[in-house]
Design a protein around this ligand. Structure first.
Ligand SMILES: *[C@@H]1O[C@H](CO)[C@@H](O)[C@H](O)[C@H]1NC(C)=O
Length: 258
């Protein structure tokens, strides 16, 4: 026990010395904090990440240079998995309260694809964890090779929803020209049996992804679907009218899609 505490304290000291050294480059920001709290770079980056999730920080094109290491560790580490699994647990809890399913083929659930069903973290790992401006050509090249990796907790939810007889609708901001590669990637990862797969037309007919996704929901509702829930990793997947009965957002601080 004493050993543990000693180890803990030593580690803490080492960590604070290291981060204090790293943090020197950030001194100006440190001084400008109103509360005058002594904060580490990790505190600063976690504050950034949290405010991305809260949708307070919007339209960022790159992860701040001083935070790419922190965000990379978060997105590829256990905390991201724990946070995501907590999201999935809430989806399951909600689904278990639904006693009024009509089972007429119109109960439906919407999923995003990237960083909801398939992870793009392997791509971003090679691009400084969001620290580089998006290169659509490079990202689409990667997608065309079907390299998105399965997010296993999402697969569990996907299969549960399917088992409950709820129609699965995939709505992605990927472009039509990636349809075959996307289907192959999904099936390889274990996802099959969806009702429809919406991709964005290659001619960019909508100004924003949010407009495109709300227009898909409008169409679904016009066709009699009841949208019980949405699971996505971007606010643009769940905001806007019409929406769903409940919406759930997975964490993602690598990029922002408006
Ligand atoms: C974007 O990616 C493509 C394909 O990998 C590459 O040829 C091109 O140079 C990149 N563009 C920039 C601006 O980095």
């Amino acid at each position: 026990m004493a050993k543990c505490i000693a180890f803990f304290l030593t580690t803490m000291c080492l960590v604070s010395v290291l981060t204090a050294a790293d943090w020197n480059i950030m001194n100006q920001k440190l001084k400008s904090t109103k509360s005058g709290l002594q904060i580490t770079l990790k505190n600063y980056c976690e504050g950034w990440r949290m405010n991305v999730e809260l949708n307070n920080i919007r339209d960022f094109t790159v992860v701040p240079a001083e935070c790419t290491s922190y965000i990379g560790k978060y997105m590829s580490g256990s905390q991201f998995k724990i946070d995501s699994e907590a999201t999935i647990d809430e989806c399951t809890l909600y689904l278990n309260t639904l006693c009024d399913l009509k089972k007429d083929g119109k109960d439906s659930w919407i999923f995003d694809i990237d960083d909801t069903l398939l992870s793009t973290v392997p791509y971003y790992k090679k691009h400084n964890y969001g620290g580089e401006a998006l290169n659509v050509t490079a990202l689409e090249e990667w997608m065309s090779k079907g390299k998105g990796t399965v997010m296993d907790y999402s697969l569990g939810l996907y299969n549960y929803i399917k088992k409950r007889g709820i129609q699965i609708i995939l709505v992605s901001s990927r472009k039509e020209h990636l349809r075959d590669a996307t289907i192959d990637n999904l099936v390889d990862a274990g996802y099959y049996g969806w009702k429809s797969l919406y991709l964005r037309s290659d001619d960019n007919e909508f100004r924003t992804v949010q407009e495109y996704k709300t227009s898909v929901r409008t169409e679904l509702i016009a066709n009699g679907y009841r949208i019980l829930g949405i699971l996505g990793d971007q606010w643009s997947s769940i905001r806007g009218v019409p929406t769903a009965r409940r919406t759930f957002k997975l964490p993602n601080s690598l990029y922002y899609v408006a």
